[in-house]
Design a protein around this ligand. Structure first.
Ligand code: TYD
Length: 203
């Protein structure tokens, strides 16, 4: 029986989602919950090895998609499902919505192919809440260029990130109860107020 809750954070590179991970974990821990903070691709020793390849090695788009789901399978089996089963809350920096946004929206892989892998690996499992940090492309681009050395995704053109953003927003429109869109142009304090309200709704 699943007792904990699973929260994923999403957004284009430069949306600032990672800034809010620590806040969410601290808030939930303050309520006495066990919290597991993790990320995709990655989250396990094998997944982190796959992440290195995914972020830095050139590869075919389908290979990229398959490796994302290979890492996800391991992540679910080794970390996410056991944590939820013991009642922990899991907060993941990205999950399957990123595959629809980047590999379908960005790279152009048909959504049906991703759906096949999603069914295979997740068997109906999905986050309880997804926070989508949304920013216009120019702001995300400015934040990306201020950051450290770009990886293979971060070097993509602005048009790639516009497609990724639109794919995320389409996903949010299709699942409005699960995927909550936050205007990430706001300052951190304003976002934290909204995030806190959404977390309360989940408790
Ligand atoms: P990201 O989460 O942005 O980490 P950092 O903040 O350290 O850059 O980097 C992960 C990258 O992986 C990001 O560019 C999006 C990409 N990604 C996909 O393309 N598909 C996926 O399914 C996932 C989980 C991530």
């Amino acid at each position: 029986m699943i007792a904990g809750k699973f929260i994923s954070l999403e957004g284009v590179d430069g949306a600032g989602k990672s800034t809010h991970l620590g806040f969410i974990a601290d808030r939930l821990r303050g309520q006495g919950r066990e919290v597991v903070v993790t990320r995709e691709p990655g989250g396990t020793p094998l997944g982190e090895t796959l992440r290195e390849l995914l972020l830095h090695r050139e590869m075919d788009a389908d290979t990229e998609l398959l490796l994302m789901f290979a890492a996800r399978q391991q992540h679910l089996a080794e970390v996410i499902l056991p944590a939820l089963a013991r009642g922990a809350w899991v907060v993941s920096d990205r999950f399957t919505d990123a595959s629809y946004a980047y590999q379908c929206g960005g790279r152009g892989i048909p959504a049906e192919r991703i759906a096949v892998l999603e069914t295979w690996v997740q068997r109906g499992f999905a986050p309880d809440l997804t926070l989508l940090f949304d920013v216009p492309p120019d702001i995300a681009e400015a934040r990306r260029s201020a950051a450290r050395t770009a990886d293979r995704f971060e070097r993509e053109a602005d048009s790639f990130f516009s497609r990724v953003r639109n794919a995320y927003l389409d996903r949010a429109r299709a699942s409005p109860a699960r995927i909550r869109v936050l205007d990430a142009r706001q300052d951190i304090a304003a976002l934290q107020v909204q995030i806190s309200a959404l977390l309360e709704g989940l408790c």
